[in-house]
Design a binder for this molecule. Structure first.
Ligand code: IVH
Length: 662
């Protein structure tokens, strides 16, 4: 290929990659497999290596790159980044509406969620992203272009031909799922956690090494064109244009006719707040007509054509009355703050996590302190910091415990891990979690054995381990408060039935660290009995596709523990199924299934069990490795994705035939 041909091919590849990037990240609707996408990118990389002078800053290969910076350079914004005036009640919104109407007559409004992240300005010249900056003091900000380029939903080149020379404003944020995952990993490593998704986004954008930013799950919603050589009559239409140019505009943006509808919609957004995967701290109300926006103008700080309506704060201060210690299923000791009950974002909070003892020390949080508590989405409330100025001197530190608060046995801190653990397998606190886990729906699915019953059985000394469940007699159960003859019999029947459960459920129910539902199914499809699994070497386990090294090691150490082996032996003696009854091999061995939509003849758990009994694996999300997608009534987005990926899609009839034929 000569240079001219390479140039054409490079252009074509970039367009194709940008198109698929947009489908994947912005529309959430990929139409090619990840593998094919990577191939396109590799092809482009190869050509660019051959002709390095053809590399341009907007090439999809240039998303992550560059060396860490020593500091950010300061840049002046094309248009000052104003902030918004705030309102806190509907009366103030009416006042805003009165002021607006007095100046420019009747108006229509656009109501948008106010994303709680970091405001940025993106400058495009000739459709190419040339600069991205933080707000700074509103006049000058930091040039964070290389960091912003790592966010796949920011187009490096604008799509279409309408917008070419523009400055766009948007909010970079960290989705709550990404935030939880990030903090969990940090906790495991003993590294500091972010107090909230907003800090996580702000901290990430201010990272000097773009390669670190690349690993942070950041995203963006854009909401304003601050400069353009194209004229728009309406803000709403400008947002439509931003979508066409390849940006993510928040799907909850709504155009309304009057202030009453603004208020109704603000109310609706506030209700929706808890169910979103990102934090919003209010609504932004904007006059839709751009000419009226111009007429209204701005003060030195805020535009007069927009205002924010703030929701109830998600932070509050209260007194930390005590720090208790929770012992988890794996023995991890977690400090938990007992708080003087306080309303945070409309919900009363009386407990909050303190993550771990290192974090407690780092933040110097003491019993008796006034603390700042925060909730974000459905994340467990947490103590952000203590308010040192309010200390009276009587506050007490809580030291890292040396003994388990429940069973008094010594605790252990595993090297490289921040967690402090109770290693006593018989610790009642751990037993409670283990039994709950064993009996849970995804594990042995034991009906009538709820949390409170389990707690009572342990308190009454009726069970010391999982196997004891199966030795319970009716008279034992009748000793528990609330049980009558019928309910006691129901529990006994459920226990009896659970003995026949599929071995993947038993493997999951044993509560081996890192072994979730999926790993348990993989193991059950590979090994026909718990004994075979127990005998597998860690090396052998590491070789299994889909299992990580950590999981393999955890399985190894589980079966190296005498109490666990004893438990398996007891379960076997009792008659719990620990071995798959061999039907001429396992016909669906290793085949991966996904369900979408409702089935008419079987329940999902029944269908899943049938698959598992034949060595198949049930997976919850669609990817290119799935062997069968079983589609029932009203299938969801998984169906669309499966079609796009060209997977093998079967209906319920075909599924039943497949199961019976095999
Ligand atoms: S419009 C001139 N719309 O809130 C208009 N801002 O307190 C500029 N924000 O600095 C802002 N979501 O960082 C606008 N839908 C939205 C927003 C939004 C979040 C942030 C933005 C701004 C701050 C104002």
């Amino acid at each position: 290929m000569n240079k001219n041909e390479a140039k054409k091919e490079i252009k074509r590849l970039r367009e194709e990659i940008n198109f698929h990037n947009h489908n994947y990240y912005v529309k959430n609707n990929p139409i090619i497999s990840d593998f094919k996408f990577d191939q396109l990118l590799k092809k482009l990389e190869k050509l660019e290596t051959l002709y390095p002078d053809l590399i341009t800053s907007d090439s999809p290969t240039q998303r992550v790159g560059g060396e860490p910076l020593d500091s950010f350079s300061t840049v002046e914004h094309k248009v000052a980044m104003l902030s918004l005036d705030n309102t806190y009640n509907y009366e103030e919104l009416h006042e805003f509406d009165d002021r607006t109407k007095k100046n420019v007559g009747e108006v229509e409004y656009v109501v948008e969620p106010k994303i709680d992240g970091v405001g940025v300005a993106l400058l495009y010249e000739n459709s190419v992203l040339v600069r991205g900056a933080t707000r700074g003091d509103g006049i000058k900000g930091d040039d964070v272009t290389s960091n912003l380029k790592t966010i796949r939903t920011i187009p490096l080149r604008l799509m279409g031909n309408t917008l070419k020379n523009v400055e766009i404003r948007g909010e970079v944020y960290m989705p709550l799922t990404g935030f939880k995952k990030y903090n969990k990993e940090q906790e495991k490593k003993g590294e500091p956690v972010f107090a909230n998704p907003r800090n996580a986004a702000a901290g990430s954008i201010r990272q000097l090494d773009p390669r670190i930013v690349e690993l942070r799950p950041l995203d963006i919603f854009v909401y304003f064109i601050s400069f353009t050589d194209k004229k728009f009559s309406s803000h709403y239409k400008a947002l439509e244009e931003l979508k066409k140019a390849g940006f993510r505009v928040n799907p909850l943006v709504k155009k309304v006719d009057n202030i009453e509808d603004v208020i109704k919609y603000c109310n609706k957004l506030e209700k929706k707040r808890e169910s979103l995967d990102y934090d919003i701290d209010g609504a932004v109300i904007k006059v839709d007509s751009i000419s009226k926006q111009k007429e209204l103008g701005e003060t030195s700080k805020n535009p007069r054509w927009a205002i924010s309506y703030k929701f109830a704060a998600k932070q509050a201060t209260t007194r930390l009355e005590d720090i208790t210690i929770q012992v988890g299923r794996t023995g991890t000791l977690t400090p938990v703050a007992v708080l003087k009950p306080v309303k945070v974002g409309g919900v009363t909070v009386s407990r909050a996590t303190l993550h771990n003892f290192d974090e407690l020390k780092r933040k110097d949080i003491r019993i008796g302190d006034w603390v700042l508590v925060e909730r974000s989405g459905d994340v467990i409330p947490q103590v952000v910091k203590s308010i040192k100025e309010k200390r009276s001197g009587g506050e007490k530190r809580k030291t890292t415990p040396k003994k388990c608060p429940i069973c008094r046995s010594s605790v252990l801190r595993i090297e490289d891990e921040v967690a402090v653990r109770c290693v006593n397998h018989l610790c009642p606190a751990r037993l409670k979690w283990r039994v709950r886990y064993f009996a849970s729906r995804d594990a042995m699915d034991i009906d009538h054995l709820g949390e409170s019953t389990i707690d009572k059985l342990i308190e009454e000394g009726l069970i010391d381990n999982i196997a004891d469940l199966y030795h319970l007699k009716k008279e034992d159960i009748l000793k528990l408060e609330g049980f009558k003859d019928k309910s006691a019999q129901n529990l006994l029947d459920s226990l009896e039935n659970s003995k026949k459960q599929d071995i993947s459920r038993l493997i999951y129910g044993l509560g081996i660290r890192h072994v979730g539902k999926y790993a348990a199914q993989i193991l059950a499809s590979k090994y026909q009995s718990i004994d075979e699994l127990a005998e597998a070497s860690t090396e052998e386990l590491k070789e299994i596709d889909g299992l990580g090294d950590k999981t393999a090691e955890a399985i190894g150490s589980f079966f190296a523990t005498t109490e666990n082996i004893r438990l398996i032996e007891q379960l076997k003696t009792i008659g719990v199924k620990t071995k798959e009854i061999k039907k001429e091999g396992l016909p669906l061995k290793g085949n991966k299934f996904v369900f979408t939509g409702g089935l008419s003849n079987l329940s999902r758990p029944e269908a899943s069990d049938l698959i598992k009994q034949q060595g198949g694996i049930v997976v919850s999300s669609v990817n290119k490795d799935i062997d069968y997608v079983v589609v029932g009534d009203n299938p969801g987005s998984k169906y669309e994705k499966a079609k796009k990926l060209g997977l093998n899609i079967i209906n319920e009839d075909k599924f039943i035939k497949l199961i019976h034929k095999k």
